[in-house]
Design a protein around this ligand. Structure first.
Ligand SMILES: Cc1cc2nc3c(=O)[nH]c(=O)nc-3n(C[C@H](O)[C@H](O)[C@H](O)COP(=O)(O)OP(=O)(O)OC[C@H]3O[C@@H](n4cnc5c(N)ncnc54)[C@H](O)[C@@H]3O)c2cc1C
Length: 368
């Protein structure tokens, strides 16, 4: 019988391979830390058909293509990518050398000095039969990403809450044809919002929405785009697209089980370095604020990567520390140089010798 093997040891383990987690991992890998990213399929980035507002990246690139490219970048520099769903993260006894964690996924177990949660959130779907298949193609969740896409068109906002009312009024910046669809629910906004809505050029429609239909003018070999909605009173309306505003649920369970504090809305609470209330645990991207933007998730990832590097490495040292290092062991300082593990330093040399790196390529052939 073979001996049980020790879990692989990493300095940094990231849960979630969307823009936030992959950015943290790219930073920590290129700053010389052995890093692993775990990703179960899905996430909000995977629902993005065309990535908007990302400087220098063509909007013909999808969220999945962006992530696939980022994984290639990560592996090129020596990071590890596990297509595996994390089931638990627990504290180990660090033996006085700082925090230590065990991460168990469906197919693998690793240990790490630092954990980063980049698990995102889930949009709550509208209860309209047949509408979800138009996600990113007529059904949208992010005003900052897609108001421009729908500008000057006929637009709906589905929902009955304050935020639905606010999005409907805000869409008046982009078009004069906005319907607020309550889908047979009672409004939950306050009197002031009701009065403001009344004064905005927004049509309120209370009746249930019973089906969503494709735009017939789009070629059958292209992915369908929403054409319109049908209502319980027998009416039909053409729409270029719209927004569903039913809130979201943060994927914060693993962090909460580890003891990380959550904010009132369920997001993981972090400080300016994206550090949570548990030492050695960071959180980045949508799971920390629901800001709903790829660029913001990427920025969070960079902040966390830099902070983790400063936290894990001991150089540069203060005079006090240098005097302490000489205490009884003259070789101690030399032995801790250089800080990065030898396999990563070897990869640094290899990448340098290649004189190339994975620059952003064209989108996959055949994309619209
Ligand atoms: C339809 C749509 C269109 C959008 N369009 C744009 C746009 O044009 N421009 C823009 O800037 N933003 C856009 N956004 C927002 C953008 O997608 C998000 O802000 C961004 O993806 C957030 O990145 P993230 O890494 O924080 O989370 P996510 O992209 O959601 O990634 C989180 C990842 O964590 C993984 N995960 C969760 N739990 C586990 C686990 N237990 N184990 C392993 N992995 C786990 C998930 O599989 C997921 O891949 C859009 C969003 C949607 C839904």
């Amino acid at each position: 019988m073979s001996e049980p093997t020790e879990p692989l040891a990493y300095e940094v383990a990231v849960v979630g391979g969307g823009p936030a987690g992959l950015t943290t991992a790219l930073y920590t890998t290129r700053l010389g830390h052995r890093t692993a990213v775990f990703e179960k399929e899905g996430g909000r980035h995977a629902a993005v058909d065309h990535v908007h507002n990302l400087l220098g990246v063509s909007e013909t690139v999808s969220g999945e293509e962006l992530a696939a490219h980022a994984v290639e970048q990560l592996e090129h520099y020596g990071g590890d990518f596990y297509p595996d769903a994390v089931e638990s993260v627990s504290q180990l006894d660090g033996g006085g050398d700082g925090p230590r964690f065990r991460l168990e996924a469906v197919h693998s177990t690793v240990d790490a000095d630092r954990i980063v949660f980049a698990t995102g959130f889930r949009d709550r779907s509208p209860e309209v039969p047949g509408l979800e298949r138009f996600t990113g193609r007529g059904l949208h969740y992010c005003l900052h990403c897609d108001a421009y896409t729908l500008g000057d068109g006929s637009v709906f906002v589905l929902g009955h809450t304050e935020s639905a009312a606010h999005v409907a009024m805000t869409m008046c910046n982009f078009t004069d044809d906005v319907d607020l669809l309550l889908n047979d629910r009672e409004p939950e906004w306050d009197d002031e919002t009701a009065a403001r809505l009344e004064a905005h050029p927004v049509d309120r429609i209370d009746t249930a929405v019973v089906s969503a239909d494709a735009d017939e003018s789009i070629d059958a070999d292209e992915p369908p785009w929403l054409g319109g909605l049908s209502f319980a009173d027998g009416t039909e309306r053409d729409y270029l697209g719209g927004f569903a505003m039913y809130g979201s649920a943060y994927n914060a369970d693993l962090a909460a089980e580890l003891g990380c504090e959550l904010a009132d809305d369920g997001a993981i609470a972090v400080d300016e370095n994206r550090q949570t209330s548990v030492e050695g645990v960071s959180a980045v991207g949508d799971v920390t604020h629901g800001q709903n933007q790829t660029t913001i998730a990427i920025g969070d990832g960079a902040y966390a990567g830099l902070a983790i590097h400063k936290d894990l490495r001991t150089f540069l040292k203060s005079l006090d520390e240098l005097e302490g290092d000489g205490d009884g062991d003259e070789n101690a300082l030399e032995e801790s140089v250089p800080g990065s593990r030898s396999d990563l330093r070897a990869q640094m040399r290899r990448v340098r010798e290649l004189r190339t790196h994975p620059g952003l390529r064209e989108p996959s052939p055949g994309r619209q």
